[in-house]
Design a protein around this ligand. Sequence first.
Ligand code: FES
Ligand code: FE
Length: 376
Amino acid sequence: MTTTPVSPSLIATLPGHYYTDPEIFRQEQEGLFESMWFCAVRSSDLEGPGAFRTVQVGRESVIVSRNRSGELRAFLNICRHRGARLCLEQSGEVRRSLQCSYHAWTYDLDGRLIAAPNLVKMPDVDRAEYGLVAVALREWLGYAWVCLADEPPSFEETVVGAAVERLGDSASIERYRTENLALGRRITYDVKANWKLIVENFMECYHCATIHPELTEVLPEFADGYAAQYYVGHGAEFGEEVRGFTVDGSEGFARLPEIAEEQDRRYYAITVKPTVFINLVPDHVILHRMFPLAEDRTVVECDWLYAPEVIGSRADVSKSVELFHRVNTQDFEACERTQPAMASRAYRSGGVLVPTEHHLGIFHAWLTERLGGMGA
Ligand code: FES
Ligand code: FE
């Protein structure tokens, strides 16, 4: 339904209610965020044993924590006794165990039930059965990705596969060694827009010339409206005068040591559906994680990652952060301007995509197929 031609140049978008209907959002929570791999936390945010973060994944709160041997674990943030939320804070550190603040059931850092008041008087209770509910976890690019599905889809196909599809092979992203980079800056954006508007915006560059003056200065080909990301392997080249991926085109940092010659002076953008954007430039990586909280609200955490020496030497990263921070602000403002119109009668049957946006039709087809045509 989503690629119905309006004219040869124009194809239809999704109808407006896809961005406003709580029932469709519920279907997306179930069919996407709770079923696919979801990028939850930067592994280095959990420094030592006992460190934890809680994140919203679809309708569930998930604890990601580090156990005594330093490995990451993920659990549903639900006490097995009577269901109280176990960790109330977004982040913290415990010494050895997670204790429920209601009746004090206590779990070790591998989720095992280790103590509960009067437990010794209930010899028939098998503690092993009342551990925290484990959630599948994989680490990639220095992030913990979790999946709530009973049988998670192949990580290689659905997550790594997105980078391979975009760049042509997996080595191209591995060369940035994102897992070893250090966090230079994190900015959290609370965007009053449906998560799909943010994905669609990221996937097209028809808007670049209008709203991204600084970005098109650095990447002149973006001014033509062709998002580089749908030509396999293509990275947008820096303008001739541009010295680095910075807000004023000034010098950035030394290029990351393992990237290929052809990756120098290029920008690559990758969308890992449903909620992650990866941006690769020679001297840093910018990674967006979206947390869709409601049909009209999405929190986006954006990390700027640099070589450890850059962060260790306290180099000034502000000019490189500022470039994509402006891009983010410009994009998210556009999404927020669009969101209210999704409920308008003028958008009941949606809008149109011009040829440079036609690949968004593939995203729409993917989405409607995953939702099983429900709500269409
Ligand atoms: Fe957690 Fe009772 S609900 S100990
Ligand atoms: Fe943009």
